[in-house]
Design a binder for this molecule. Structure first.
Ligand SMILES: [Zn+2]
Length: 394
């Protein structure tokens, strides 16, 4: 056979690097994970099931539930706020096909949590692992028009079909980024302040940076995104979530990031910190090494007391597979580094705060019910719930 006149030719770097990354991701997906240890503690093998008792709390306790990935729920004084959970785990190849939410996976993921009572949904950016299950929330039990949603313009435009004045949500609000609390979508006992932030690259290889599904969607769309990869990033927001007492005083401040950002692109203003320091930072761990000073800037600037190391597990595999850190970006050594940097970055003026329900009795060795934890941090297992007291001394 005659050789093609076009062969050999140089394949541009722009083409072969993404192809190699794709092959590597698929290869990693079929390799079973091994045991992972953080601070000498074994990470449980599988996600755990929520227990309705996790949410049976008194009014001076806040329950923080980890749904997995960027998804969290906060129960406070009888109300429930969620940071949009994602359970469909479409897989790397599934990202490019016409794949919608997996309703069975969502039902299983929210089981025994107050998901159907949620009054407010926060979304930090529009990527698939933050926004793609939202169209199925009503089918999964969220009562129509009960919840408001705070998200960037791109996310609201992508989800326009299920936004007000249609049936799924009570209100929708795009953050202004002026350090002001949201006004239209509120929830009793909570104050939410959006903070302009950034999204570090998803992967860096050979000095080249890759961020999936970049860009914005500037007009309301008549149809929902057809493929997971069609969920566009938009602008990235972090949130301050203040839990208020009956006099509207802040008793617990949570700082939530669902994407990595260094202090160059993200901060909490001095005027906000004068009101209250950060008690709990909900972190996004994968990619922290792509920026200069995360998590240190949060520890230092916020005088942060405690860190929940979120978004760490691989969401390219089904949720009931063996847990392992996000493929290619995170591993045992980086998880340990992140935990060490929390401890070393903690300000001496930070408030001492730790969960009430993570004693050795609550978390027997090898029971596989709690993630590893240190003095100022925990690595949450999907399905795990943390109780924090809001009174002095707790
Ligand atoms: Zn993202």
């Amino acid at each position: 056979m005659a050789a093609s006149p076009h062969w050999p030719y140089r394949v541009p770097r722009k083409v072969w690097i993404p192809v190699l990354i794709g092959i590597a991701i698929v290869a990693f997906m079929v390799v079973p994970g091994c045991a992972v240890y953080v601070a000498g503690q074994r990470v449980p093998t599988y996600a755990i099931s929520a227990d309705t008792e996790d949410f049976a709390i008194t009014n001076d306790i806040a329950a923080l539930h980890y749904y997995g990935v960027g998804g969290w729920g906060v129960k406070w004084r009888g109300e429930y706020l969620i940071m949009a959970p994602y359970f469909s785990n479409h897989g790397f190849l599934g990202m490019f096909g016409k794949n919608g939410p997996d309703l069975a996976a969502i039902h299983e993921g929210v089981r025994n949590t107050p998901f159907s009572d949620a009054g407010l949904i926060l979304v930090g950016h529009g990527h698939v692992d933050h926004a793609a299950d939202i169209p199925a929330y009503a089918a999964a039990g969220l009562r129509p028009k009960q919840a408001g949603m705070i998200a960037n313009e791109t996310t609201l435009n992508m989800l326009a079909k299920i936004m007000p004045p249609n049936e799924s949500f009570r209100c929708a609000e795009s953050p202004l980024g002026n350090d002001e609390p949201t006004k239209d979508c509120t929830l009793r006992g909570f104050r939410v302040t959006p903070l302009a932030s950034q999204h570090a690259p998803n992967v860096k290889v050979l000095g080249m940076e890759f961020t999936i599904s970049k860009g914005t969607v500037d007009e309301p769309q008549p149809q929902l995104p057809a493929r997971p990869v069609d969920y566009r990033l938009g602008n990235t927001w972090a949130y301050l979530i203040d839990l208020l007492d009956e006099n509207d005083e802040i008793v617990l401040r949570i700082h939530y990031m669902d994407a990595v950002a260094g202090s160059e692109h993200s901060n909490i203003s001095a005027s906000l910190l004068q009101q209250h320091k950060v008690d709990i930072h909900i972190a996004c761990v994968p990619g922290f090494h792509y920026v200069e000073d995360y998590p240190e800037w949060v520890m230092d600037q916020g005088q942060t007391g405690y860190v929940l190391m979120g978004h760490w597990e691989d969401f390219f595999q089904p949720r009931d597979d063996r847990l392992k850190p996000v493929t290619l970006v995170l591993g045992e050594s980086k998880l340990n580094t992140f935990a060490r940097r929390i401890e070393s970055g903690k300000s001496k003026d930070a408030r001492h705060i730790s969960p009430l329900n993570k004693s050795d009795d609550d978390c027997p060795v090898d029971a596989e019910v709690c993630g590893p934890r240190g003095d100022s941090w925990a690595l949450p297992i999907p399905g795990e719930t943390y109780h924090f007291g809001v009174r002095a001394g707790l």
